[in-house]
Write a protein that binds this ligand. Structure first.
Ligand SMILES: [Zn+2]
Length: 339
């Protein structure tokens, strides 16, 4: 059962912790302490901003820590709830999954009140935070395993009005690419729970790997600020791709299993196309080399559709079944909104 010293419904600025009981050998009555900041002022929307759903994805964690420190309460209309490192134990360990219970936060929803630590955090969001919110922003990157072309992304939720509002918020991130994705690897996702509660859900994949260039930090920080202005919770000038002198965002979707290319066998992965590049159907986009049998021709990874290479595996060493590349097809706004 999670407790917090904060009154989430009180006006003003508060910083503290969500506390999850966690008993271990050297701490019988210990708590996991998850930092949280709430800034509330006047009437308006409530927006929950989350980083570190996966611990090894630091772009969002840094952007939210900076926002929480620098945010002047008079700039807020409504309420901002900021949690930089949602899976805090995983963030401390630079791992995707929690080192305490081995769980993936993004497969733990709706969660259990008395379950493992990760499941308790999911339960708290499902029952305490999501119901208070109008919008939920969940900032991801590829972590250590994948490298994405920096993009905002979304599911095709069945409710058309909710989908249209999510679509506008997704574009407010002002990334070069936006990506409509399908869940090919399990259930229990945080965005799916928030979507089922009718929220405007904004998610991202901002690069990945262990090295984050300054340009990607800028995309994370400027995009987050702009989405908050778009949602009306933060005062400031709304920027668009056009006002920034940029071409419109390239809309893409990968809704079919064959868009997600898996390694047919273990080995050393070589990508053969650049991230964000156009790819033909039947094009070889990568190879799996055999360390033990370098005389064998490498296994080819072949695109099953025409589109853009939106993500690739980050580490070269690859196991059979790892996702090594995703090809997303171009799609129009009308197709996304009416599908
Ligand atoms: Zn993630």
């Amino acid at each position: 059962m999670i407790i917090t010293s904060l009154d989430l419904d009180k006006p003003g600025r508060q910083s503290g912790f969500l506390q999850v009981p966690y008993s271990h050998n050297l701490g019988g009555w210990a708590n996991v302490m998850i930092p949280i900041t709430v800034v509330a002022r006047g009437k308006g929307s409530t927006v929950l901003v989350l980083g570190g759903n996966h611990g090894d994805e630091y772009q969002g964690q840094i952007a939210i820590m900076k926002l929480a420190r620098e945010l002047a309460p008079e700039k807020v209309s409504g309420r901002l709830i900021l949690i930089p490192s949602l899976n805090f134990p995983a963030a401390c360990a630079a791992t995707r999954l929690s080192p305490l219970d081995g769980m993936n936060m993004n497969r733990a929803f709706p969660g259990q009140a008395e379950g493992p630590v990760t499941s308790q955090i999911a339960h708290y969001l499902t029952h305490e935070l999501f119901p208070r919110c109008d919008a939920v922003i969940d900032i991801h990157s590829g972590g250590r395993s994948m490298e994405f072309v920096p993009c905002s992304h979304m599911h095709l939720v069945p409710d058309r009005e909710q989908r249209a509002r999510m679509f506008e918020a997704m574009l407010a991130w002002n990334t070069d690419f936006a990506f409509i994705y399908a869940d090919i690897a399990g259930t229990g996702l945080l965005p799916v729970e928030a979507e089922s509660q009718g929220k405007i859900v904004v998610t991202t994949e901002l690069g990945g790997g262990e090295c984050i260039p300054a340009s990607v930090h800028r995309i994370a920080q400027n995009g987050l600020r702009n989405v908050l202005v778009h949602l009306g919770v933060l005062k400031g000038r709304l920027q668009s791709r056009a006002s920034l002198g940029k071409a419109p965002t390239i809309l893409t979707q990968a809704l079919h299993r064959e868009d997600y290319l898996l390694a047919p066998e273990s080995g050393v992965f070589e990508i053969a196309a650049d991230l964000g590049a156009k790819v033909r159907r039947g094009q070889t986009v990568g190879f799996i080399h055999h360390l033990e049998r370098p005389d064998r021709a490498p296994e080819e990874i072949v695109s099953q559709s025409a589109g853009y290479l939106v993500t690739m595996r980050a580490p070269c060493l690859t196991r059979q079944g790892d996702c090594v590349a995703v090809i997303a097809q171009p799609v129009s706004a009308r197709q996304v909104l009416n599908a």
